[in-house]
Each structure stands twice: as C-alpha cells, then as structure tokens.
Design a binder for this molecule. Structure first.
Ligand code: CAO
Length: 415
C-alpha cells in the first residue's frame, strides 16, 4: 500500500507550479483527478511541442500518475458535477490567477461549506499585499523573491537560474502544506486552507542571502571573493558569482577539454579541514605551513590566486578524474554535468530518478522520477493522461453517475 493511498485529490492545477505539487502526491499514492476545460485542457499540453498534435514534454513531465476528467466548471451542469467532486475528495488544489475560483463561484467559504473535511490548497504569485492580484510566472518569482538580485557575477546584471525554484519550488512547499493539513485533519476532523506564494517560496530558498544582508551591517562578508579583491560592499547582499555561499571557499574551475566542451568544469571547495590534501595534489606542499596560506583567515585575500593555482592542476585532468582523485582525499568537489550526461547516467536510472516512460502518442521519453524515496511506498511512474481520458470512468466510479446522466452531461457540453 502506498503512503497516500486512499487520498483523493481534486487537481485544478495547470502550467508548472501546481502540477509539480499534485504529481508528487500522485507518486506517493494519492488518486489525483486532474480537471481540465473540455476541448482545451492544460495550456502546456500544446506549448513547446516537439511533435505535432502530441502532448508536449512540458505537460507529460509534470502530470504523471494522474487521471484526466474534462469539466466546464462555469456551466450549470458542470458546477453540479464539480460540487459532487468537492463532496467526495480530500484535497482541492489550484493555481489559477487570483480570484479565478471566486469568479467560478467557489470561494473557500463555499468549498468548506460543501465539504468541511476538504483541504483547499492554492499557489499564487504573491501573498496578501500590494501585488496580491498579479499573475506570476517563474522568473517573476525569482526576481521578486531575492534570487535574481543575488545570482550572477558582481559586474553583470541580475540573473535567473535554470532551476525552477519559483514554480517547482513552490509546488514542493505546497505539497508539504497539504500533507501537514491532512495529518492535522486526522486529529481535528476538519480541513483547512493552505496557501503558498511563489515570492515567499523563493525567499525561503534564498534565506542565506537574507542572513548575509544582516551580517553586512556588522562588516564586510569576508568569505565573498569580492572581499579578497578589495571591492567595497554596497548596502545590499551582492551577486557572488560562483562563490560557495558557505564558510568554505569554492569556485568553478576549468578542466581538460574546456576549450571545446562548455561543461568541462568542476566545482572545487577548499575546505579548511583538507587544506593539506589540496596543497599536495596541486603540487604546492609549502602552502601547508607558509605564513599567509596556512590558516583560512590568512588565505581570505588570496582566494582568487589560490583558485588560479588549483585550476592549473584541474586543467590537466578531466572533470571526472578530478572527482576520482579528490573524493578519496575528502576534498569536496563536483563535476559540472550536462543534461545529456545526466540522461545517460546509469545510477540515476537504477534509483528511478531518471525514468523512461512509454506514451501512446509520443512513444518513449525520459522524465525525472520521484526524487524522494520511501522504503514502503516505492513510486512507479506512469504516463500522463490524455485530455479527458478518464472522464467516463471518474463520473461513473467516483461519483456514481449512471450512463444516462453521463450522456446528459456530455450533451449539455459540461464534460
Ligand atoms: N472550466 C471552466 N473555466 C476554467 C476551467 C474549467 N475547467 N479551468 C480554468 N478555467 C478558467 C478560469 O476560471 C479562468 O477564468 P477567468 O479569467 O474568467 O476567471 C481562466 O480559465 C484562465 O485561468 P488563469 O487566469 O489562471 O490562466 P492564465 O493563462 O490567464 O494565467 C497564470 C496563467 C499562471 C499566469 C495564472 O494562472 C497565475 O498567476 N497563477 C498563479 C501563479 C502560478 O501558479 N504561476 C505559475 C505558473 S507556472 O509558470
């Protein structure tokens, strides 16, 4: 039995943030019923298509293990069916633009009245305040949540990251809120409202930068390479390039082949505890004892020069050779792995983190499986549903509608 078996999720999510959340819940065993507009569906089905008339990878990779029902929740008959689904389900999740559910006639008060045990979970761009009515996409959240102002190089513009911390990051936060509310319901018997704002989710992931903002009031941030370079700090946490962000200096260094391979690089950390090992492998054993190099505070103004010396060594090795040499010596480092390399990595296939899925219209494709592993609730990734694939099945089995009632809903254009 899966951890969330028996939990029914009424999934009104679309695009990326909400679907990330409900996909996770589905992987843990919840029955996720994705509600989509008849004939239209989640907009991502048709976005960034690589094959004509086939659900995009954008959609398929965010909607595994779900069932799809089409329902026009703005029509009278559709509303009737929607009320029945609210009565039946444990959780309703949505990430529509602010006010969309209210405009549909389903405020939290109304939903709670229909089913006091239901948990109603939402993602919006912003929490209550001046921007609460705004529509928000990934990079807006990265920019307004503190990520962009602290990402990039000191002499360059604010930069967004490839990791979807605004969308997928907030989806993860919401999933935790939902299971927490389900746990609370075990004791209280009552559902509650769960909200996660994308700005808040990004800020939570950037909390070390708010830490640095406050440290700035008491002096320069000595672990930032700008300190070693003698560049003055301004009044806000600066962009720190590839600095490690912790107390142990780190940087991205070139490896053998960097001239032609854009990913022939390694992240290298000069952790204080293994400084001697670093000195030995790069052929500078004298730095172990030399005044100016022997202790971390002495090295702070020479970080760039030290990484230049380490890079002279890493340039003679491939990134994987660097990893093989450093790991036994406890020197933390990480090769820069491309998406191609990750897709081909056998160990990720073995753990189910990269999975091959078969889809009736597009054939085989790769996806990222459940990154959270439960020993008694192993995730099996099943393909995303076609639009409305489970409409009849859900109306009949979940809601108990007769064949005549289903036919009537269809002829009224509700499903
Ligand atoms: N039946 C009938 N109507 C439906 C429906 C259904 N099954 N499903 C959706 N609709 C309607 C909605 O009610 C809404 O109608 P109104 O505008 O009349 O209220 C309409 O479809 C469109 O919904 P939307 O405004 O949410 O969609 P959008 O494409 O205009 O905006 C987005 C997309 C993502 C910007 C917006 O939903 C949003 O800000 N969401 C919250 C933040 C978020 O999750 N962003 C991350 C997105 S991933 O990058």
């Amino acid at each position: 039995m899966k951890a969330l078996e028996g939990v029914q999720i009424l999934d009104m999510t679309h695009v990326q943030s909400g679907p990330t959340c409900t996909q996770l819940l589905a992987w843990f065993g919840a029955d996720v019923i994705k509600v989509e507009r008849p004939g239209v569906g989640d907009a991502t089905r048709g976005q960034l298509r690589d094959l004509p008339d086939v659900d995009s990878l954008y959609f398929t990779m965010l909607n595994h293990n779900k069932r799809s029902v089409t329902l026009n929740t703005k029509s009278d008959k559709g509303k009737e069916i929607f009320v029945k689904l609210i009565e039946t389900c444990d959780v309703l999740v949505e990430n529509f633009a602010p006010g969309a559910m209210d405009r549909m006639g389903f405020s939290w008060e109304r939903i709670h009245e229909i089913n006091p045990r239901i948990i109603y979970a939402s993602i919006k761009g912003f929490g209550p305040g001046p921007y609460e009515d705004c529509k928000v996409y990934e990079n807006v959240a990265q920019c307004t949540g503190g990520s962009a102002s602290t990402t990039g190089f000191l002499d360059g513009p604010p930069t967004v990251t490839g990791a979807q911390i605004g969308d997928s990051g907030t989806g993860l936060h919401l999933a935790l809120g939902i299971v927490t509310a389900l746990y609370h319901r075990e004791h209280s018997g009552i559902g509650q409202r769960v909200t996660a704002a994308m700005q808040d989710g990004v800020l939570n992931l950037c909390r070390v930068k708010l830490r640095d903002q406050q440290r700035l009031q008491h002096g320069p941030l000595t672990e930032y390479s700008q300190y070693g370079q003698g560049i003055e700090f301004g009044d806000a946490t600066p962009r720190a390039g590839n600095d490690s962000g912790g107390g142990q200096p780190g940087w991205i260094l070139k490896c053998k082949g960097w001239e032609t391979d854009p990913n022939a690089y390694v992240y290298f950390i000069t952790q204080a505890a293994v400084w001697g090992n670093v000195c030995d492998i790069i052929g500078r054993p004298e730095w172990k004892e030399e005044p100016g190099y022997a202790t971390p505070p002495e090295r702070l103004d020479k970080i760039s020069q030290i990484f230049d010396a380490i890079e002279e060594w890493t340039k003679t090795k491939t990134k994987l050779e660097v990893m093989e040499i450093c790991n036994p010596l406890n020197i933390p480092c990480g090769p820069i792995l491309s998406m191609r390399e990750l897709a081909e990595e056998p160990s990720l296939r073995q753990t189910g983190t990269i999975v091959e899925v078969d889809h009736p219209e597009r054939g085989k494709y790769l996806t990222v499986g459940n990154p959270v592993k439960l020993s008694n609730s192993v995730s099996q990734v099943t393909r995303s549903p076609l639009l409305g694939e489970h409409t009849d099945e859900i109306l009949a089995d979940v809601l108990g509608l007769s064949a005549e009632e289903i036919a009537a809903a269809k002829s009224a254009g509700a499903v």
